[in-house]
Design a binder for this molecule. Sequence first.
Ligand code: HEM
Length: 452
Amino acid sequence: IPGPENSKWTDLVYIYYWLNGQVPFYIHQLHEKYGPIVRTGPSRVDICDISAVKEIHRTNSRFLKSDWYRKLVPGGFENMFTTGDPHFHSARRRLLASPISDSSLTRMEPIILSRVQMAIDRIAEEMGKRGVADVFKWWLFMATDVIGELSFGESFRMLEAGEKTQYSLDLEHISSLQPIRTTFPLLVNLGRYLPLPVFKKTADAGKRLGSYSFKSIERYKQMIAENPNDPKPTLFTKIFDSEKSGLTLEQIRSEAQGYIVAGSDTTAVTLTYLIYAVSRDTRVRDKLVEELASLPEPVADRNLRDLPYLNQVINETLRLYTAVPFGLPRSTPSEGANFDGYFVPGGTTVSTQSYSMHRDPAIFPDPNDFKPERWEDVTKDMKDASLPFGGGSRVCIGLHLARIELRLGAALFFRKFPYAHPSTKEGMSEEDMVMKSFFLMAPQGHRCLIEA
Ligand code: HEM
């Protein structure tokens, strides 16, 4: 399998890029040099090819998530996101899918809308006081508050406080250790017994997160007991009856925490790049603003679903600034597999990174340009090559929720700030928006300052 010579013998070069948040960009360069299939380590291959995507990410695929996913989350717990066991996964997904389906979510729209509206108000307030607003910060607060409220029955109130809470700081700290956890799990496990401040900080953060979500779940259980006929609906209300669902409180807690991790940064990063990409191109911005001007008041998601340009803008953001540009690693089944005329032995980790799939010039001409109009006529190849939410049985369960947040966020923002443009105040530059990706992607400056 083609690839750099070192990748035959060692993972060290790959690990270097992983620890520096550069894996998708490094692998993309390898594809440009070696073609659609590249060896990236002694037992690791990345493939940029639609037929491989279809084979690996299909329903009931035999390419399973490996233990790597459990190392990604603190405590290594098994939930719907981390599990590699197809039986465990399908049982869990069956239980959790219906409340987060597109039709069920319409009941949750008032909660989502009120949080998006609050984010817009806070952005306007910050622009008034500071002259610029950091939209990345506000979208992160919005997305975390929304998923917190939909999971636990009450929001984290980050939008109200205007600053990160202890819970989100703990989450951030734990996530920042993802590269270390997946690369040196032994060190992290031993770390619990070493009297070093960094390990103590991590252990304390882990304990606080566990106890916070446990208390939230307990509180919600209490709310149901007090008002059994009409409890505030959450994504977990139906499975609280452990006799019917078979899930313990601990298992519900683990799924809720999974939703919060998977559903906050992803949505916030996508909305941030959407605002950035649109507001830096006056042609795109003005066209979107014009389309949004036709909306009746008050803005409702049902009026946004069919707006052609808004949805093209969202699809183009998900293509160019996909929040998970990293290949979704899977383990090859024991009998091995053939890709592009090469045999890949069983046990090899294969990935199909969206960063490269979304930049195939044969499918997306001028791939590095932000051109929403390319989604006017969607070809079959464009659909098949698009992986912002993964695919097959493991496709993102939160994609409908994410799309509602993206539609409402973009629409309300550009209705309120039709002249928004990226700021150069406070030293803000394009450098801040350069993508960095461990598993998830984020702008390396961790901010996006916009003026209006
Ligand atoms: C723009 C926003 C989002 C993006 C780009 C995104 C992307 C993804 C991707 C690529 C996967 C597949 C991971 C893999 O196969 O390794 C995934 C899975 C998942 N996502 Fe999302 N996601 C987003 C929003 C959300 C939200 C709002 C939630 C909240 C519920 C969520 C919850 C999950 C869960 C639980 C899984 C695992 C599903 C399974 O394995 O069955 N995501 N997401």
